[in-house]
Design a protein around this ligand. Sequence first.
Ligand code: KG4
Ligand code: ZN
Length: 381
Amino acid sequence: MLNLDSGDGAPKNRAREFSQARAVKQRGGSAEYAPVMTAPPQSTHAVLGIETSCDETAAAVYDGGAGLLAHRLYSQAAMHAEYGGVVPELAARDHVGRLSALVSETLAAANLCADQLAGIAYTAGPGLIGALLVGGSFAAGLAAATGARLLPVHHLEGHLLAPMLEARRPRFPFLALLVSGGHTLLARVDGVGRYQIIGDTLDDAAGEAFDKTAKALGLPYPGGPELAQLAAIGQTGQFRFSRPMTDRPGLDFSFSGLKTAVLTALPRATTSQDRADLALAFEEAVTDTLAIKCQRALEQTGLQQLVVAGGVGANRRLRALLQAASEQRGFELFFPRPEFCTDNAAMIAYAGWARLSEGGDATAGIAARARWPLHTLTAPP
Ligand code: KG4
Ligand code: ZN
């Protein structure tokens, strides 16, 4: 049993009590119990990251000295596909069923016990509130039991810092293009928590436009990767859409008109090849627009390094376009590997570690915010 009022106030004793607790592992409806930790407490610089903001349950351990020690992810995509999109209540319930076992598995892969952790980072927002609360409650419980520092992390900060997980890393300051399901923005990144947004979307995010257009084309959820796969067999030049807002100055984006243009062209796409051609024309319009705005932002800021983060950063055409531009124009380009572009816990563990190593934030209780504008974040004290 967890006993937080044991009286001695020593985190390691609480940790030992917690070590007798068991992680629930769901298998075929029946619950099986596995030990969470066994070894005596020992201090490390390792941070456990927990991501449950949407439809991925993920855990990872990042160590300041040794780097990323382990990461695990379970995607709920198949469960939500039946409904054509994420069902928030189902997402939260599924996180409850899987998180504990996933954390145990990740700690075992990292060869660590929970009471050896220096910090426990979790995605505190933005995201689905019920889903966020699952990760936040778990993290807060484990931190209370082990004495590890509790580190709430902004999901977009995780994405922005994800390239730091790679061997070749950007140096501050750099320009970041963040393209996810809910956000499309250009930011000047001067350090951890020091983000100046210089371009934003006026309506749909790039990922959202991919998902909505995929749905219109009859593709299953999650739409973005499916549309990209269909576009790969498309022929260029059969359809053409304008590159929104590139004909005027500024760094903002707008993608909802593009989605409507695809809907208008849809009746002309009668064969499966037509649909692939249409998917390619849409992908070309979005990725060209993103590439044009990135180059414009590099020119305006004078920055020499571009980081691309978020789910749409996994798009092959976008990566190839920006790679060609970087070779031609001589700026440095940084992408996380594709699996760290989409949601994952490695980026949350890293962001938590980065904040902890710079002093960390004092937190009490569970923070969970469905909405949390990136520009309100501040640097660690
Ligand atoms: O960053 P992410 O995993 O989750 C959010 O924080 O939103 O981004 C998910 C978005 C979805 O809209 C998905 O369709 C899109 O990224 N996405 C892609 C690709 N892979 C994921 N879009 C285009 N091409 C891809 N290969
Ligand atoms: Zn994300």
